[in-house]
Write a new protein. Structure first.
Length: 129
């Protein structure tokens, strides 16, 4: 499978896995009262589970399988991001570096130098904000 197909597959799985997880979680909430039922006594939980029958068991299995899908999702994301030519980390740096904990704003070192030189030559305050 080529890189584009891996990327598309990863994108589809990235979208469908959380949706499936939420669908099964909602079904459990509506049919079984999950997670609130876990605060009830054990006997009540077991009675309600038994009353749910095979459909409730199927919903639990679906919910469990969505958790297993997250393992495959991690593998797919790693495969896509581990390519040598993947520019993702280079794209993330400016976003992460945009607002620093010390309150200073940095777009990139070169931009900071240019903004600083504008301030030194009277072309601006030297502060981007």
């Amino acid at each position: 499978m080529n890189d584009v197909r891996w990327s598309k597959l990863t994108g589809v799985v990235l979208m469908l896995t959380p949706v499936a997880f939420n669908v099964f979680f909602t079904l459990l909430s509506v049919t079984f009262g999950y997670p609130d039922i876990l605060r009830e006594p054990t006997g009540e939980v077991l009675r309600r589970f038994d009353a749910g029958g095979g459909s409730l068991v199927a919903i639990w299995y679906g919910f469990m399988l969505t958790a297993v899908l997250f393992v495959g999702l991690a593998i797919l994301v790693h495969k896509v991001l581990a390519r040598r030519d993947a520019p993702y980390m280079a794209d993330v740096y400016p976003v992460v570096d945009l607002a620093r904990p010390d309150g200073r704003v940095h777009l990139a070192p070169q931009v900071a130098l240019e903004v600083g030189s504008l301030g030194a030559h009277g072309g601006g305050s030297g502060h981007p904000g």
